[in-house]
Design a protein around this ligand. Structure first.
Ligand SMILES: NC(=O)c1ccc[n+]([C@@H]2O[C@H](COP(=O)([O-])OP(=O)(O)OC[C@H]3O[C@@H](n4cnc5c(N)ncnc54)[C@H](OP(=O)(O)O)[C@@H]3O)[C@@H](O)[C@H]2O)c1
Length: 291
């Protein structure tokens, strides 16, 4: 039976994966309290104790703006920790699925980024995640880097959808950035794809997985309110105003365009990933069930 060490189980993706992976093996899920990824010795110790056949790393330092000032911490969690996991996996002959991000690209393209495009992160978070990718690819022969983007789910602390629902319940007008384009990706679809690779292992290397389609944050906000209204969420919002990134300055610059090509992964899955709107509806259904 596959012994799976899963990190980040309190996070959006990790908590989803804990449910999705359970039927596929013996899952040892760890959160920050059981395994603090800033402690290299602890990482080696836990992997030595669990002796996994597979490590799925869904933990990360994901505070994009804070990473600009907490760069060392971001690098330790996103760069050093996955590298140690890769070394330990290699020693055991285990596989490693490591989750990465669209933010390793600079966003200057206007067609979807493929796995062969050259990473060039423009913020500290993206740089820390790129360090992790490099460490993983260099140290583990059975490693898969799964890049995704704009992740949201019903579980975990927060995300754009939850923020829009909260603000939309409080305010009549919201201002949302229109000149950043990407693909919102539901944790349910991402976890299903990962489960498929656990059942049917794929060649090591880099893969992109997001939902299908491309949209700006502004258009996504409008879609969230359309769908949420139909499902009876309490909303005050009457108007969503498109604004530019320049009008909404943040400590960390964001790539203007970070759509990932899913052609490579679609060929393996046998279908294109579900459209982002399908994922959004599923997530809202889950949230409304929890109300
Ligand atoms: N969110 C996005 O929009 C997005 C986009 C592209 C790629 N990704 C990637 O997708 C993956 C999953 O992201 P997510 O959205 O599920 O992130 P998340 O909800 O922020 O979850 C990350 C988890 O990592 C844990 N973590 C942070 N520091 C840790 C440490 N020192 N030791 C152990 N655990 C630690 C967090 O623990 P606490 O709960 O205790 O803080 C949290 O549970 C990550 O690799 C991320 O880089 C995310």
């Amino acid at each position: 039976m596959t012994r799976i060490l899963l990190t980040g189980i309190a996070g959006q993706l990790g908590s989803e994966l804990q449910h999705t992976l359970v039927p596929l093996g013996e899952v040892m899920g760890v959160d920050r309290h059981k395994l603090d990824l800033t402690q290299p010795d602890k990482i080696r110790q836990v992997i030595g104790e669990v002796q996994p056949n597979l490590i799925v790393n869904a933990a990360a330092y994901t505070a994009v703006d804070k990473a600009e000032t907490e760069t060392e911490r971001a690098n330790a969690i996103n760069g050093t920790a996955p590298t140690i996991m890769a070394e330990a996996a290699q020693e055991l002959g285990a596989a490693l699925i490591h989750v990465s991000t669209d933010y390793i690209f600079d966003g200057r393209k206007n067609t979807p980024y493929t796995e062969d495009d050259t990473p060039d992160p423009i913020n500290a978070y993206g740089q820390s995640k790129r360090l992790g990718e490099q460490g993983v690819l260099k140290n583990c022969d059975r490693a898969i880097i799964l890049r995704t983007a704009w992740v949201y789910g019903a579980q975990g602390k927060g995300n754009f959808v939850k923020t829009m629902l909260r603000l939309g319940a409080e305010r009549e007008e919201l201002r949302v950035v229109v000149d950043q384009v990407g693909t919102p990706t539901w944790t349910g679809d991402l976890a299903s794809a990962i489960a498929q690779f656990v059942q049917h292992p794929i060649d090591s290397g880099i893969y992109h997985f997001t939902n299908s389609g491309a949209i700006s944050w502004y258009d996504f906000a409008v879609a969230i309110f359309e769908e949420a209204q139909q499902m009876g969420f309490p909303l005050q919002v009457k108007q969503v105003v498109p604004i530019t990134t320049a009008e909404y300055p943040t400590p960390a610059p964001r790539p203007a365009y970070s759509v990932l090509s899913t052609q490579k992964i679609s060929a393996i899955l046998g279908h294109h990933p579900p459209h982002w709107r399908t994922g959004l509806r599923q997530m809202l259904k889950q949230l409304s069930g929890n109300k």
